[in-house]
Design a protein around this ligand. Structure first.
Ligand SMILES: Cc1ncc(COP(=O)(O)O)c(C=O)c1O
Length: 367
């Protein structure tokens, strides 16, 4: 059938159109993340209140308290960029990056069924998360307006990132005495609550260690929470392990972790990790998402029309992996070099003693 050039034409079939809805007009305003503003506000406060008492809690920007990516890694990354050139790469990064994530960083066993095709390079964690929410909505129950479940006291970008891409956010029940942690019961209750509102749950975020509470969740508990969510009908479980190198506990091991799940369950899991915190590379903007191949393909197609990571960001991660990840960062991130944050003294409702017990680097951002 030939289409006349003289008439307007819809880019997709009538049956594939997005329905008209005026809900955009009714939406709450999305506030900016304060981490980008709080330092500036503090400067103004100090100018206006000379000598006033202030506390250095990195003032909202956790990255400010990190030592930064070691120079040899940056130099090696520059060399990789010079060798690689500046033409377009793929929307997931490069094949070499994917391979480095699987083989050098995670040392993932091929028996896991996951390999380089399960890796997506992203422009930092928030890019990965926004892409993940969209995949959860579309590939989960296939509906807009469904819910993304977070723990009771979420990091500010968990609150607003999903909302910006057409998902609503649900705070699971949580007891302050337990650091507002998830429980299996709270997850099941949340699913029932969602049903009572005509909603389904497209995904749950399990963050270990958590921001801003500093809570860590034992491996067995993470598995049990994920299984409870999947069994209750939550479409996807995303493990945000962005901080797992920034504690005195051992980092997560994807090989042994995946073994707790059946191949069917693995299709519904996503893992987020990156160099923002572990390498102090906040402005490098490199993270990766590991997920089922169909999820990655879905995201890559959309990323090809949107946000594609820069090669330099991938190269910084590859340089660190190549040097041996733990080794490349140890001298820069020793627990005894961490700065106490002073936040205890501030009336912060999210503050949790566990934070200091675990001697987590203070890089948490308040709401
Ligand atoms: C829990 C959590 N996940 C992911 C990120 C992503 O960070 P970015 O977008 O800066 O890479 C952060 C940053 O503070 C975080 O706190």
């Amino acid at each position: 059938m030939s289409i006349s050039n003289a008439t307007p034409v819809l880019a997709v079939d009538e049956k594939n159109l997005i329905p008209v809805s005026d809900h955009l007009k009714q939406m709450a305003d999305i506030p900016p993340s304060r981490m980008f503003l709080i330092n500036k506000s503090l400067k103004v406060y100090v100018e206006k209140n000379a000598g006033a008492k202030i506390f250095d809690a990195s003032q909202g920007d956790g990255g400010a308290s990190l030592p930064g990516t070691p120079r040899p890694i940056l130099e090696r990354a520059l060399q990789l960029q010079l060798e690689h050139g500046t033409a377009y790469d793929m929307p997931f990064g490069t094949d070499a990056y994917r391979k480095a994530v699987i083989e050098q960083y995670w040392k993932l066993d091929s028996s896991s069924g996951w390999g380089p095709a399960n890796v997506l390079g992203t422009a930092g964690g928030r890019d990965a998360l926004n892409k993940a929410y969209q995949a959860m909505l579309a590939l989960g129950h296939g509906r807009q307006g469904d819910l993304i479940m977070v723990s009771r006291v979420p990091w500010i970008s968990y609150n607003w990132g999903p909302y910006g891409v057409g998902a609503n956010v649900l705070w699971a029940p949580g007891d302050p005495a337990q650091g507002w942690a998830y429980s299996e019961e709270a997850i099941r209750e949340s699913v029932k609550f969602a049903e009572s509102k005509g909603r389904k749950i497209a995904g749950i975020l399990i963050t270990n260690p958590d921001n801003p509470t500093g809570m860590t969740i034992a491996v067995e508990k993470q598995v049990s929470l994920a299984k409870a969510a999947l069994e209750a009908g939550v479409a996807f479980v995303l493990f945000d392990w962005m901080y797992h190198y920034v504690t005195d506990e051992s980092p997560m091991d994807l090989n042994s972790f995946l073994k707790f799940f059946t191949p069917e369950e693995r299709k519904r899991l996503m893992f987020l990790d990156g160099i923002t915190k572990s390498l102090g590379g906040s402005n490098i903007r490199n993270c990766h998402l590991i997920a089922d191949e169909n999820v990655i393909k879905f995201i890559v197609a959309r990323a090809s029309h949107g946000v594609i990571p820069s090669f330099f960001s991938l190269a910084v991660a590859m340089a660190a992996y190549e040097m041996g990840y733990r080794q490349s960062r140890t001298n820069h991130h020793r627990a005894d070099q961490r700065q106490p944050c002073g936040l205890e003294e501030v009336a912060c409702r999210k503050w949790n003693a566990a934070h200091h017990r675990q001697r987590l680097l203070c890089l948490y951002e308040c709401r």
